[in-house]
Write a protein that binds this ligand. Structure first.
Ligand SMILES: Nc1ncnc2c1ncn2[C@@H]1O[C@H](COP(=O)(O)OP(=O)(O)OP(=O)(O)O)[C@@H](O)[C@H]1O
Ligand SMILES: [Mg+2]
Length: 374
């Protein structure tokens, strides 16, 4: 039987739960020309939320969605940007060719068609220069004015721009973006540290140029209903306590909620509590083991490792003397330093482990349940 739970990648439409308030807010800010900085922990549902906004409002705005995940250079970024713009503003190669006549005359671009028949743009020679990138960004403003329709440019994983050319590129982009009156921007990403340094620090290239919006978990009741409804729709039954346990083990993270539910559904459409739930949770943890092991191996400092293991299983106040003594953490300043380093890597936030399943995995590591020695 088809498993109704989906994890990894964007979910929209029938698979999309709640987020009504966030959708309303994003649309309102887009209309008002207020740029938004959308931040959340990993896999909290940013890209799905943005995809759902696009799906529901594709007639109200011209959306230019640019996913910068894995993009390491300006050429690729410009191609993605232009292809997204050409696609949503023109749709066909002929229309795009007419619309971009002056741009194409510069002859550094070539119109292309991908496997799906969608028009795109490729750079012919070398990397685009800063003025070229600025001219490319200005195209959205032109399109918006000509079409008399607001353009919404969405940069997903925006922090990646910072790795392409230091702050030079960011500053060049900001210089154009702030002149655009008919384009609204959404900058999204999960590297909170980096994004806040770009948007919230005085020296940041985008200082105060977007309204921060933190995306938290989906309310428990909505997730509970989603889980129980999906089991019943397939002729099964999921008890309330199992639904609650899934959400709690996943720390409210929708990706993990769907992953655990997926495993549970595979075991039985009428799972038994708690044994089937335990099996599903262990399977979900096993799937994360390669990623968690890599992360764990990358933590070289003994103090940071001790701290992580301690904070995963001990609910005591992390800076208290008894906590420090219990876990051999030497002194409050050692703890402070470990937290600062783990925070800067995004593994912890103010000393708390960010990823709920990593926390569980570390807890099991100490008790020898993960099938791996430390
Ligand atoms: N509104 C939602 N309803 C149901 N499931 C959701 C929702 N949002 C996210 N999910 C679940 O979480 C997974 C990850 O979502 P998504 O890729 O949108 O998150 P993200 O914050 O963009 O992640 P990343 O940090 O990896 O970019 C989805 O595949 C889906 O399983
Ligand atoms: Mg994403």
């Amino acid at each position: 039987m088809n498993n109704p739970f989906k994890f990894g990648g964007q979910v929209t439409g029938e698979d999309f739960v709640d987020r009504e308030r966030e959708i309303t807010e994003l649309v309102r800010e887009a209309r008002n020309g207020i740029n938004v900085l959308l931040i959340s922990h990993r896999r909290m549902g940013k890209s799905s939320l943005l995809a759902e906004v696009i799906r529901r409002h594709c007639n109200d705005f011209i959306f230019v969605y640019v996913d910068l995940y894995g993009v390491t250079n300006k050429t690729k970024m410009s191609e993605l940007y232009l292809s997204a713009l050409v696609n949503s503003a023109y749709g066909t190669l002929e229309k795009a060719a007419a619309g971009f006549k002056t741009l194409l005359m510069a002859s550094r671009f070539r119109l292309t068609v991908n496997e799906k028949g969608e028009p795109g743009i490729e750079f012919s020679l070398g990397e685009p220069t800063t003025p070229e990138i600025q001219a490319i960004l200005d195209l959205s403003e032109d399109v918006a004015k000509r079409r008399k329709k607001r353009v919404v440019v969405i940069f997903d994983e925006f922090q990646e721009v910072g790795f392409m050319d230091g702050t030079t590129l960011l500053k060049a982009m900001r210089a154009r973006i702030q002149t655009h009156k008919h384009v609204s921007y959404v900058f999204a990403g999960s590297k909170k540290h980096l994004l806040l340094s770009i948007f919230e620090e005085r020296e940041g290239a985008f200082y105060k140029s977007a309204r921060p919006m933190d995306l938290g978990p989906i309310p428990d009741e909505d997730m509970e209903r989603f889980l129980t409804d999906r089991f019943s729709a397939k002729g099964g039954r999921l008890g309330r306590e199992s639904a609650k346990a899934i959400i709690s083990a996943a720390g409210g993270n929708p990706f993990y909620i769907q992953q655990i539910a997926y495993e549970l559904f595979n075991i039985s459409i009428r799972p038994r509590w708690p044994e089937d739930f335990e099996t599903a949770l262990s399977t979900a943890l096993e799937h994360q083991t390669p990623a968690f092991s890599t992360l764990w191996d990358s933590v070289k400092s003994k103090m940071q490792r001790r701290y992580l293991l301690a904070v995963a299983s001990d609910l005591g106040a992390t800076r208290s003397t008894s906590f420090i003594d219990r876990h051999g953490l030497r002194s409050a300043s050692h703890v402070q330093k470990a937290i600062a380093q783990l925070d800067s890597r995004g593994i912890t936030e103010r000393g708390e482990i960010v990823d709920p399943l990593l926390r569980l995995w570390l807890r099991r590591l100490t008790s020898g349940q993960t099938g791996r020695s430390g």
